[in-house]
Ligand binder design. Structure first.
Ligand code: PLP
Length: 226
């Protein structure tokens, strides 16, 4: 697995303005360092303790994105260094991220995770829940967070039409929220969608941030401790 070659190939394919999150979960810090040496600065992890351990081994200028499900009792562990928490799916989590960011005199960007897949198991706000949360307006008082966009995962299926439809739904929700709630918030600008198997479809539907793991680092092996 040549990490640099994989990164170069994927980056050459992505249109201007689409950012690449290298999803390094389960892989050892040496592999992240290899990607770092090839120029990658943006990494995504889905376990707080694992990300924290790696953050101590990698250079300071890495931008860490937490892409897993947010457990409120673990936010304090990443609050000192995390740049973006992508999987936010409740107001309570936003409020806790704000509280922890304040404790560390920081500012943390959050993406609203939306449930776009037809599959039942994925986390995320339903569009109705998210709209209701935004309408309520309490989020405007949270001074240590910025809502930077939306994040979503399509169904894990070979049905391309369905996947494309789900990504379009995310795009439409982003546009709707931008117009209704964030027209005065230029930082609300990111649509995070697309993984190794479906990032081309995501980008064609308007994603401007892809999260790619196995196409960069190879298959993941989960040991007995996971
Ligand atoms: C693991 C993961 C990815 C990357 O998946 P690959 O198929 O390895 O590219 C992207 N997003 C989330 C939320 C993930 O958990």
């Amino acid at each position: 697995m040549d990490i640099k070659e994989n990164l170069d190939r994927i980056k050459s394919e992505l249109p201007e303005g689409v950012r690449l999150v290298a999803v390094s979960k389960t892989h050892p810090a040496e592999m992240l360092q290899e990607a770092y040496d090839a120029g990658q600065r943006l990494f995504g992890e889905n376990k707080v303790q694992e990300m924290t351990a790696k953050s101590r081994l990698l250079p300071q200028d890495v931008e860490w994105h937490f892409i897993g499900h947010v457990q409120r009792n673990k936010i304090h562990l990443m609050a000192p260094y995390v740049s973006v928490i992508q999987g936010v799916d409740s107001y309570e989590s936003l409020a806790e991220i704000d509280r922890q960011a304040a404790r560390f005199s920081r500012h943390i960007t959050c993406y609203l995770q939306l449930h776009i897949a037809q599959e039942e198991t994925k986390f995320g706000f339903s569009p109705e829940e998210c709209t209701a949360m935004l309408e309520k307006g309490e989020w405007k008082n949270l001074e240590h967070i910025t809502i930077g966009g939306v994040m979503g995962m399509a169904s894990n299926t070979g049905n391309e039409a369905q996947v494309l439809d789900e990504f379009h739904r995310l795009r439409t929700l982003f546009d709707t929220y931008k117009e209704r709630f964030f027209s005065d918030y230029p930082d609300f600008s990111t649509i995070s969608a697309g993984m190794s198997g479906d990032y081309r479809l995501a980008v064609s539907a308007g994603s401007n941030m892809v999260r790619i793991g196995s196409s960069i680092f190879g298959e993941r092996f989960y040991g007995i401790n996971r």
